[in-house]
Design a protein. Structure first.
Length: 223
């Protein structure tokens, strides 16, 4: 029997955290795990469902159960969705937290970006402007999400990444990815251009200023 190693974790999650090859060879059957962990199959199923909801494991009919690379996003995504269902004002509070996180990590994040990252940001900028200047006009929502994720991904911090991913899912869920005002969209992407150009020039402080002004725009977004 495997004893829980971490306070607050279920038997299955403790096992999962200590399993060395669960993400490559898969996990034993529920019957085998039930014997090993000393809990009933029914109880193990409940713990497995919690782990699956948190994005810790993947369960497939033929291949069985395997551990996934840790991501903070699924847990945040579900909690945030519930909070917004209770009160849509919770999204603005979450957006404010996201703003402060991006500002706090900006200088560290951009100093880690590679030449390939910068080239990818420039490609996103061209795609976004093509959409905004096209006929018909398209909203570059995917480019918006990817741009912010790329800037902060080299931190290697799953909690920062998870919060940003959950934010963009919620951004779309509350309808902020729909057309609002062309001048507003152009202003948003002008700030993005300033950020990307500043990164390329190594002027991280100018990029920080553009980010701060850009993230404040959500509070002035046309209804």
């Amino acid at each position: 029997m495997v004893n829980p190693s971490y306070n607050g974790l279920s038997e299955f999650m403790s096992y999962l955290a200590a399993c060395e090859n669960g993400d490559t060879n898969g996990l034993p059957s529920l019957t085998d795990l039930s014997h090993e962990l000393g809990i009933s199959v029914a109880g193990l199923r409940e713990q497995l469902e919690v782990a699956r909801a948190l994005g810790l494991v993947e369960v497939r009919p033929r291949t069985g159960t395997r551990r996934l690379t840790y991501s903070f996003a699924p847990a945040v995504r579900q909690s945030l969705a519930y909070a917004i269902a209770l009160d849509r004002g919770h999204f603005i509070q979450f957006a404010d937290m996201r703003k402060h996180i991006e500002l706090a990590y900006w200088h560290e994040a951009v100093s880690l970006l590679t030449g390939e990252d910068q080239a990818e940001l420039q490609v996103l900028m061209r795609q976004a402007w093509d959409k905004l200047n096209g006929s018909p006009i398209q909203i570059p929502h995917d480019e918006h999400r990817k741009l912010h994720i790329i800037i902060f991904r080299r931190l290697g911090n799953p909690f920062v990444t998870g919060i940003l991913e959950a934010y963009w899912d919620a951004y779309k869920a509350v309808g902020l990815d729909v057309y609002t005002d062309y001048n507003y969209l152009k202003e948003v992407w002008q700030f993005h251009q300033q950020m990307v150009d500043a990164i390329a020039a190594g002027d991280f402080e100018a990029g920080f200023t553009a980010l701060r002004e850009h993230t404040d725009l959500i509070y002035h977004r046309p209804a």
